[in-house]
Design a protein around this ligand. Structure first.
Ligand SMILES: Nc1ncnc2c1ncn2[C@@H]1O[C@H](COP(=O)(O)OP(=O)(O)OP(=O)(O)O)[C@@H](O)[C@H]1O
Ligand SMILES: [Mg+2]
Length: 290
């Protein structure tokens, strides 16, 4: 089983809270890569859903993937932690690297990949268990060495900005929480197995604006310690939270005529929203398309 080298120190960057933050914080022109896609195409059977994507994901950054419905955002996101392995007929060509190692190599364990690269879904999906057991489940399932599980549960819930709301009802069912609380619980559950990267597929689309703002604040906090890659349909959200934004679109494949997802433009979020280089990006962000 291959091991991955973990990043050591986070870069010194501005951490002003979301909402007050100038999107032009001090970021390197090129991301300091934790993960990268190198010529990645993704197929469902013969259908090529995503075509030849190459991009890097920066350490301690939030990267947003945006674009019209069907352009392959979820498909690409799922390829970043081998979640597509679980989808019938899905196949990934090219390389997806994590600390330089192709996660699709034969000697890589997909379970370990998904521990290091966690995922939060569109609809909060807590287990039908207590709040406590939702957090404890992952570490127990993988036999993680934990000196004190109670402490770990508290730490994860604190990091996910949920502890104060649930500390007196840890043994109650997670289903008793509101949607926004459930989503923070799912984030806490992801943190419990000590990931480095967190993938989020439209994590706020089932939430009201207040719960959404809490998740956005939380993402800005988590960026100190984690790398976040988020799919969002909400362009204001991308503009608020993301350091870099990648715009995708779906174009008719030359060979088959099927629509396939392409990366159009990837840049600092401020550049994408203020000065996009590609007309297709401009049309999309100004609401003329999609
Ligand atoms: N399991 C699957 N089997 C076959 N085709 C699929 C599967 N999942 C997605 N697709 C197809 O792949 C393409 C990309 O889908 P995907 O869900 O990645 O798009 P998306 O950008 O996330 O869209 P949305 O914004 O609507 O969530 C679409 O044409 C879709 O129909
Ligand atoms: Mg999707």
């Amino acid at each position: 089983m291959a091991t991955f080298t973990t990043a050591t120190e986070a870069p010194q960057v501005d951490r002003t809270p979301v909402g007050q933050r100038d999107t032009e914080r001090d970021l390197p022109t090129q991301p300091d890569p934790v993960m990268a896609c190198d010529d990645v195409s993704i197929y469902y059977g013969d259908f090529r859903a995503v075509t030849r994507v190459s991009m890097t994901f920066g350490r301690n950054e939030i990267t947003a993937l945006i674009g019209p419905s069907g352009c392959g955002k979820s498909t690409l996101l799922r390829s970043l932690n081998r979640m597509n392995d679980l989808v019938d007929g899905a196949r990934v060509a090219g390389h997806v690297t994590y600390h330089g190692k192709n996660i699709y190599d034969r000697d890589v364990d997909p379970i370990e990949v998904r521990r290091r690269i966690g995922m939060v879904f569109q609809k909060p999906n807590p287990f039908p268990k207590s709040i406590y057991d939702n957090i404890a489940y992952g570490p127990r399932a993988i036999g993680m060495k934990v000196s004190n599980l109670d402490d770990l549960v508290e730490e994860c819930l604190t990091r996910a900005a949920l502890w104060d709301e649930v500390k007196d009802k840890l043994k109650q069912s997670a289903y008793g929480l509101s949607g926004g609380q459930q989503q923070r619980l799912c984030i806490a559950r992801t943190l419990a197995v000590e990931p480095e990267v967190i993938l989020m597929d439209e994590p706020c689309s089932a939430l009201d604006p207040i719960a959404t703002a809490r998740i956005e604040d939380l993402m800005a906090e988590l960026r100190r310690d984690y790398t976040i890659i988020i799919v969002t349909h909400n362009m204001q959200q991308a503009a608020r939270v993301a350091d870099r934004t990648a715009f995708f679109t779906a174009l008719a494949d030359e060979g088959t005529g099927n629509r396939t997802g392409l990366l159009v433009e990837y840049d600092l979020t401020s550049n994408i929203f203020r000065a996009p280089k590609d007309k297709r990006t401009e049309d999309y962000i100004s609401g003329r398309f999609g």
